[in-house]
Design a protein around this ligand. Sequence first.
Ligand code: 6CS
Ligand code: FE
Length: 306
Amino acid sequence: MQDLYPTRTMGEPHLLARAEPVARRAWKPGAPLTASQIDQFDRYGFLVMENLFSEDEMKLLQAETGHLLSDPTGLKDETVVAEPGSREVRSIFEIHGQSRLMARLAADERLAGVASYLLDDQVYLHQSRLNYKPGFQGKEFYWHSDFETWHAEDGMPRMRALSMSVLLAENTPDNGPLMLIPGSQRVFVSCIGETPDDHYKQSLRKQQFGVPDEQSLAELAHKHGIYAPLGKPGTVLLFDCNTMHGSNGNITPFPRSNAFFVFNAVSNRLVAPFAASKPRPDFIAAREVEPIKPVRGNLRGEGVPA
Ligand code: 6CS
Ligand code: FE
C-alpha cells in the first residue's frame, strides 16, 4: 500500500501537506452536530462539547474510574501503565474491554455516533484508555501527532480517525490540561529516528521516538498558536488523529483524569506498520474490527439502538 505519510525513514524532518479532508461529511438536517461545530472541527482540528453527559452520569463514570484504579487486580497486567519513575498509574488501556460501563460510554451516540458522522463511515475502537494524570506525580505528554504513531507503529493507512477525551475531573489552567495547535491537523510532521523494537513499553510512559522536531513545532505554534481547552466533568474534547497536542505535568493536588476513546473508520483498518518491525499489541491498537452500533439513553441503562 502506498505510504502517503513517510516518517521515521528519512534523515531530517519534513512538513507534508495532508492529502485528505478533516471533516468528511457536511452538515445536513438530522446531523448530531451543528454546522458551526463541524466547521470548527474542520478548521481547528478539534471541538469542545460541553455538558455532553449529566452530573449523575459523571458520578457513575467517576465511581467506575476510582474502582478500576483502586482495585486493578481484575485488569490485564499489560494494560496498566505507570508514570515514569513511579508506581503511580498513568493509564489503563483497553478500558472498553475491561469495563462494561466504559464499553457503554464508547458506544453512546454522543461519542460513536458523532465520530461516525464526521468520519463518514462506520467506526470501531482503535484504542481506549483511562488517563489519570494524578496529582503531584502526573508527568507530561510531550508534543506529538497521534496519527504519526498510529501510522508508523500500528499501520493506520489514512487520517480517518479521531479521539474523544471525556473529562472526568476539572481541567484547569494548572493541572496539566491538554494543549492543541489549532490547524496543525493539515500538516503531517514526519519524524526522524527509527522505531525501536517494543517501543510502546517506553513510549506509553515517556515518548522519545515519533516526536516532532523543535523547529517544526515552533513553526506550527508561531503560525497557529496554542489552545488549552478547559472544562468541567462531562465536557468532551474531540480532536482529529493528526492534530498536534501535548500536556504539561501536574504538580497540583488535583488529578486531571479523562476517559479517552479513539474511533477509526472501518475502511481505515490497520495494515502492516509503515515504520516499525512488528505491530503493537492489540490492547493498544485493535486489529479485530468490530463496527460499533451507536446506542442512545442514559449511561445507567444499556441504551437502545440510536
Ligand atoms: O501511542 C499511542 O497510541 C498513545 N500515545 C499518546 C501519547 N497519545 C495517543 C495514544 O494514546
Ligand atoms: Fe496523544
